[in-house]
Design a protein around this ligand. Structure first.
Ligand SMILES: *[C@@H]1O[C@H](CO)[C@@H](O)[C@H](O)[C@H]1NC(C)=O
Ligand SMILES: *[C@@H]1O[C@H](CO)[C@@H](O)[C@H](O)[C@H]1NC(C)=O
Ligand SMILES: *[C@@H]1O[C@H](CO)[C@@H](O)[C@H](O)[C@H]1NC(C)=O
Length: 512
């Protein structure tokens, strides 16, 4: 036994010695380079803000090519709403990044390691957010031509990590780990794109997310130049920043209402629950009222479009961390609005209700949602929820729970999600969504429409929500810039600015 081991060890050492030169070239193609202290604190902050800006659209999607069987999980928890290898990622536009000093440092690092002075070209620029208990899986960049010098750079945009925080980047070669790298603020890791790799989730007791940026790029000498251009252009790496603005998905999958409203529904026959609070406010549940076609279209929309990242701050009111916002003017043209409007008229006993805030909440097992109200008692506003998960069982949890007061000592009523179920209630009733259980890797989707008593009130409220970002900007600006912004805010509040100009200005301040 001993003899065998030592003889094979000797053999392998001997082999390494004689083949050192021959091997060095192929080993180099499996190198993982780690560099710390490359970026300044400002550069790190700039890269992080590229991920956090409002334009950045996040997708929460299962990996299509995952070979991890869903089988073996509890069947109950796993029909449709459950997948493996889900993670949050975002296609970032490379336009601003390309001219940044950070990108120059990445390409210089590679060139100097390899000893080739060449052109580095970005093939894709991806933002990543790993959340505790997430199930990330190994991936490999699709390299069309294996001989091309294509590399992955990972930059950790985390706070300084503490002991036992996990979240390593692991690089594999043929199924074996060749390097595990601890996530450190500003750390740069470069390795050949042909290698499989994974960025692990943070430890289960970490509420902070692990942010990083992943760049897939080519090192090309001039000879390769033309081939590279061909590869780069169809993938439209060079995009106009605003083309990426999909934060407001439209309702193109829904049918538009025609000029004649498609009939009046007998709403009462769809009411399955009606609860009245001590203060005389109603929580009404309706089932089977939405046409399946519309429902499926809405579900597809919220499953495939991007979410904005609302990382919960200490002061955030409802801590829904992933929201897909919708445009009011698009919504009121759909036949879905036709039904929603009839429901709110029936429940409130008044005509004229109009939406001021429309969004889909994406709630996951690791989210901590909190008790909140959507409006004050004296504002007669309603919130209407549509639950959008198919085949949702009781064991998927995710109830909307209602309380007597903001302390939440007593639950007064709860609604379990069912596909297409509608819950409508006065916005001043304290409530909270419950997350799904940890074993569920998908998300609980609820489409929420907040309605004010008239179009005029609704528009005013929507404007106030819109210009929140301007007020935030005002807090950090000084002197002339602050005066200028203050004048703009007044113009908007006085209704002196047309919608398009307003939106352009808001967008401008959002990116700053
Ligand atoms: C990013 O873009 C690629 C190519 O267009 C696409 O396949 C991928 O799904 C996109 N990812 C996200 C998160 O949008
Ligand atoms: C719910 O119940 C209350 C109190 O009984 C009643 O006033 C209200 O009309 C009911 N609403 C619906 C939609 O059935
Ligand atoms: C509701 O009450 C608050 C404070 O009590 C007040 O500032 C606000 O104007 C009232 N709103 C309406 C719509 O009456």
């Amino acid at each position: 036994m001993f003899t065998m081991i030592s003889s094979s060890a000797v053999c392998s050492v001997f082999f390494n010695f004689v083949s050192l030169i021959a091997l060095s070239k192929s080993l180099r193609s499996k190198d993982v380079w780690i560099k710390d202290n490359v970026f300044t604190e400002n550069e790190i902050r700039d890269m992080k803000s590229l991920l956090s800006q409002d334009e950045t659209v996040w997708k929460f999607q299962p990996r299509e090519d995952n070979n991890l069987a869903i089988a073996g999980r509890t069947k109950n928890l796993c029909s449709k709403a459950c997948y493996s290898c889900y993670s949050w990622s975002s296609n970032l536009t490379s336009v601003t990044f390309k001219s940044s000093s950070s990108w120059r440092k990445v390409s210089d690092t590679l060139s100097s390691h390899i000893g080739i002075k060449g052109n580095c070209r970005i093939l894709s620029l991806e933002g990543k957010i790993n959340i505790r208990a997430g199930h990330t899986c190994t991936e490999r960049a699709s390299v069309s031509d294996k001989t091309v010098n294509s590399y992955i750079a990972v930059i950790f945009l985390v706070q300084n990590s503490r002991r036992n925080a996990y979240g390593e980047l692991i690089v594999y070669n043929e199924g074996e780990i060749i390097k595990a790298v601890y996530p450190k603020r500003g750390r740069l890791v470069i390795f050949p794109a042909s290698l499989e790799h994974v960025i692990k989730s943070p430890a289960i007791d970490m509420s902070e997310r692990l942010y990083c940026m992943k760049i897939h790029f080519l090192l090309s000498d001039d000879q390769r130049h033309s081939a590279v251009v061909q590869e780069t252009l169809p993938g439209n790496t060079v995009r106009n920043d605003f083309n990426n603005l999909m934060v407001f998905p439209n309702f193109k999958l829904l049918t538009k209402t025609d000029t004649t409203p498609d009939g009046t529904l007998d709403i009462q026959q769809f009411v399955t629950k009606n609860f009245t609070t001590n203060s005389g406010l109603s929580i009404v549940v309706l089932d089977g009222i939405l046409p399946l076609k519309e429902l499926d279209a809405l579900r597809k929309t919220v499953e495939t479009n991007g979410y904005s990242d609302n990382a919960a701050g200490m002061d955030s009111t409802d801590q829904v961390q992933w929201i897909m916002a919708f445009e009011i003017d698009d919504f009121v043209q759909t036949s879905l609005w036709n039904v929603v409007s009839q429901i709110v008229t029936f429940v409130s006993g008044k005509k004229g209700y109009f939406p001021y805030d429309i969004g889909c909440n994406n709630i996951q097992a690791t989210d901590t949602t909190t008790i909140h109200i959507d409006s004050e008692f004296n504002e007669s506003e309603f919130t209407l929820l549509i639950y959008l998960n198919e085949d949702w069982t009781a064991n998927h949890h995710g109830e909307t729970v209602f309380f007597d007061d903001m302390e939440g000592n007593e639950v007064i009523f709860a609604v379990r999600p069912r596909y297409g179920r509608v819950a409508i209630f006065h916005g001043s009733i304290p409530h909270s969504a419950r997350p799904p259980p940890l074993l569920m890797e998908g998300a609980r989707f609820s489409f929420a429409v907040k309605l004010a008593a008239s179009e005029e009130t609704a528009r005013k409220k929507a404007d106030l929500l819109d210009i929140d970002v301007l007020y935030e900007a005002l807090e950090v600006l000084q002197g002339e810039e602050a005066d200028k912004l203050e004048a703009i805010i007044h113009d908007i509040e006085d209704g002196k600015m047309d919608r398009q100009t307003k939106e352009t200005i808001i967008r401008e301040y959002e990116t700053h």
